[in-house]
Ligand binder design. Structure first.
Ligand code: SF4
Length: 374
């Protein structure tokens, strides 16, 4: 990906991953671009200002959330998914990455150190793709190295890209999970513009698996279209002919959702997309989704295909769904957000002991209040 221009903030003292960009960069504060698509073409490498580590902003006690934590050190993304919520969210759309890894780690160490018994799963994809392009994957290297030394933390890098080469020789100690959002080729082509093809994602998955990284899979958002059943079955077959379920640490499943203000934006930005034309219902969280019976059918179908492919042992959960949907899909449900948090930690500890060395205890997870760090 070639940016129109790269800016490096004059306040940045660290060298880190900046060297390859210095020659072409202008030393300047952020240009603060407001046009969503234009902002994707300009890169700003900035300093850390304020706190950037917190619980996922989508956490909502009315749903069973996975209570992941995030660091918002990336903002905007060079890809253009038609369903991306960033088109309705960012005011400064300049693609931004924070360079000061040491300061990020300092904040994480201080906050996660308060609960040494807890497994913190920490993603870098809240406002962008973790590995979409070279500056982002280089920024990730420092995090991967530092997470090796954080006993109760797991780094989650999540992408729709293929740019994994710089990570392959990094000493990760099993403490970083590299995850892909996956969809059948027809969805990638029509709704995930500029991302890696399925074939490219699978090759990248194979490479990181061989380099010993646990892999995460996110079937989210699942999209409804004519022939979706066979398409998702085929997708699962392809994934598990590229990598073994043994290397897959967790799988999340979710269906298309977006808030009402996004509908117009999607139709203006991506007039060719049909995703807003399906029947959608508005939930309590002010998001449109497919009607519940359709979502349940989609999730059950996917789950059956995962079982058929031998992936039953991979911890599989739903994203942003309620107890009743869990029950209809799995026949059982976690009692609470804390219970799901515990079940994930338990599965990681049992299947990937290098990733989570501490055996989780159920009670403290059940007692957690799942508030944002203040
Ligand atoms: S990869 Fe993620 S952040 Fe990037 S455009 Fe797609 S949905 Fe948005």
């Amino acid at each position: 990906m070639k940016f129109k221009k790269v800016f490096i903030d004059p306040e940045i003292k660290t060298q880190g991953f900046l060297s390859p960009f210095k020659k072409e960069a202008e030393i300047s504060p952020s240009p603060k671009i407001s046009d969503y698509r234009q902002g994707k073409r300009y890169l700003f490498i900035g300093p850390k200002r304020g706190e950037i580590f917190h619980i996922c902003a989508s956490l909502d006690p009315r749903y069973i959330c996975c209570s992941t934590h995030v660091i918002s050190h990336i903002s905007n993304c060079p890809f253009e998914c038609t369903y991306c919520f960033l088109q309705n969210y960012l005011t400064d759309t300049t693609l931004t990455v924070i360079a000061e890894t040491e300061k990020i780690i300092e904040e994480i160490r201080e906050k996660t150190g308060r609960m040494p018994w807890r497994l913190f799963r920490i993603g870098t994809w809240e406002l962008g793709d973790s590995l979409a392009t070279s500056p982002l994957n280089r920024a990730s290297i420092g995090l991967v190295e530092a997470f090796k030394e954080l006993p109760n933390c797991v780094l989650k890098l999540r992408t729709k890209g293929k740019a994994v080469e710089p990570l392959l020789d990094v000493d990760h100690g099993g403490k970083t999970v590299i995850s892909w959002t996956v969809n059948p080729p027809q969805v990638i082509k029509s709704e995930e513009i500029g991302t890696a093809t399925l074939e490219e994602r699978l090759k990248a998955m194979e490479k990181v698996s061989r380099a010993g990284y646990p892999v995460g899979l996110h079937f989210d958002p699942m999209i409804l279209f004519r022939g979706w059943e066979r398409a998702y079955e085929g997708l699962i077959k392809e994934i598990f002919s590229a990598i073994s379920p043994k290397n897959v640490i967790w799988i999340s499943i979710g269906a298309l959702r977006f808030n009402p203000e996004m509908k117009k934006k999607i139709e203006i930005n991506y007039p060719f997309s049909r995703i807003t034309a399906q029947e959608l219902v508005l939930g309590d969280d002010n998001k449109f989704r497919y009607p519940r019976p359709i979502r349940v059918e989609m999730f059950r179908h996917l789950l059956a295909a995962l079982r058929e492919a031998g992936a039953s042992e991979c911890f599989t959960y739903l994203c942003m769904e309620r107890w009743n949907v869990w029950k209809e899909v799995f026949g059982r449900t976690p009692k609470s957000i804390g219970h799901l948090d515990y079940l994930i930690a338990k599965s990681v500890h049992e299947r990937f002991p290098k990733t989570a060395k501490i055996r989780p205890q159920k009670r403290p997870y059940l007692e957690l209040s799942y508030q944002k760090f203040s």
